[in-house]
Design a protein around this ligand. Sequence first.
Ligand code: DX5
Ligand code: ZN
Length: 218
Amino acid sequence: TRPVLIAPSILSADFGKLADEIRAIDAAGADWIHCDVMDGHFVPNITFGAPVIRAVRGASKKIFDAHLMIAPADPYLADFAAAGADIITVHAEAGPHLDRSLQAIRALGKKAGVSLNPSTSESVLEYCLDRIDLILLMSVNPGFGGQSFIPSAIEKIRRVKALVGSRPIDIEVDGGVTPETAPEVVMAGANVLVAGSAVFKGGSEQSYAANIAAIRNA
Ligand code: DX5
Ligand code: ZN
């Protein structure tokens, strides 16, 4: 089994000093930097786009994990690649041509991710598994940080783990991940944990380090 990675979501960071916040979570032990891109159309909130990712990319050498909650996504994939995203994840619900989006991401030289909302069946993954590097399962309805974990996500993680089999695909879980919910998420088969509010509470590098350690040790 793969080591468990922690991907703090900068959605919960102080956007007024975003580069400093990324330096702080890097020093605090983050494995990946999870960037929640929202368009106010696919989800009921607006965050930031490729220009902001480009502006903060130099703050960490770690993997930038771009979670695109935008529809359509295809016209912007090249912008996120050029901005320095290493993994680009689109939502299966965001367009009718998931297979095409995945091909486009790999053609840009990036790792291709698919995200599923809580109500979306894992069956949509079945015929494009060979084009997928990462599956991002939402355990809240996307749009906001600080929501509670939806319990049915656990069964979906198990089913996705079985579907993936021995393929080299990361299974990432996003929403309501805390030291309390992390153990069952990992036991069900996830190997990347996104956490926003549970990492950024406290507002200092020391608290971020303690928060990341608490999730890792859970
Ligand atoms: C939700 C985002 C998540 C969110 C997680 O739309 O995709 O990444 O920031 O936040 P917490 O960990 O606070 O649930
Ligand atoms: Zn996310």
